[in-house]
Design a protein around this ligand. Structure first.
Ligand code: CA
Length: 225
């Protein structure tokens, strides 16, 4: 089930948009203030559609705080004016894409689909080569065989796969997978990485999947073509 957090204070926009998203099969949580949206984001939606002009804190600030909290789900910004759009690009608040109002619903849905594809979801098959994650069933398959994973191992793998090709820091993994700010030992994390490697048949010296980036964290390698 794909969960979308829709943050928009104009019911004239949020009502039809929520309906359209639900018709697409997404579960939609609608919020009309930035602060309630930040609270709702703790439930880790798969994607955020975020209006810039909100009654309390503006969308840019919401986006910044999401990123500061270590949330890495895609954020699609709704902007009313071109100068707001400049602000988004210029301030680099961490958004992934923008749609300018007024927009066609079909256009917005296409952007949503593209952002979700880039992360995790049905299309993981084509992107991971031999490894496939079924986010809904929380199962992983390697060369067609199910890899038995614990909940934490699956969460860890999912974050790494979602960020494939990029380094994911230890701090981010601790925050996202263990929901904790981590200043001390990351032995638990190392243990889980080592179990994941063993289960995927990965070689530490010549990793096909999970590389250690010394002093930083880990990177899930893009499949070789
Ligand atoms: Ca607004």
């Amino acid at each position: 089930m794909i969960r979308v957090l829709l943050v928009e204070d104009d019911r004239g926009i949020s009502d039809p948009l929520a309906r359209a998203l639900r018709r697409e099969g997404y579960t939609v949580d609608v919020h009309d203030t930035g602060l309630s949206a930040l609270e709702a984001a703790k439930a880790r939606p798969d994607l955020v559609v975020l209006d810039l002009g909100l009654p309390d804190i503006d969308g840019l600030e919401v986006c910044r705080r999401l990123r500061a909290d270590g949330r890495t789900m895609p954020v699609l910004i709704l902007t009313a004016r071109a100068d707001e759009l400049d602000a988004v690009v210029g301030l680099d608040a961490g958004a992934d894409d923008y749609v300018t109002k007024p927009f066609r619903v079909a256009e917005l849905l296409a952007r949503v689909r593209a952002l979700l594809r880039r992360n995790v979801g049905e299309s993981t098959d084509e992107h991971q080569g031999a490894l496939r994650l079924d986010a809904e069933a929380r199962r992983a398959y390697f060369e067609g065989e199910e890899v038995p994973l614990t909940a934490k191992e699956f969460d860890l793998l999912r974050v790494l796969v979602r960020e494939q090709g990029r380094v994911v820091t230890r701090e981010q993994l601790m925050r996202e997978v263990w929901d904790t700010e981590w200043f001390g030992s990351t032995k638990t994390l190392d243990m889980h990485i080592s179990v994941l490697r063993r289960k995927l048949g990965d070689d530490v010296a010549h990793p096909r999947f999970i590389s250690t980036v010394r002093g930083l964290g880990f990177r899930f390698e893009r499949p070789q073509q």
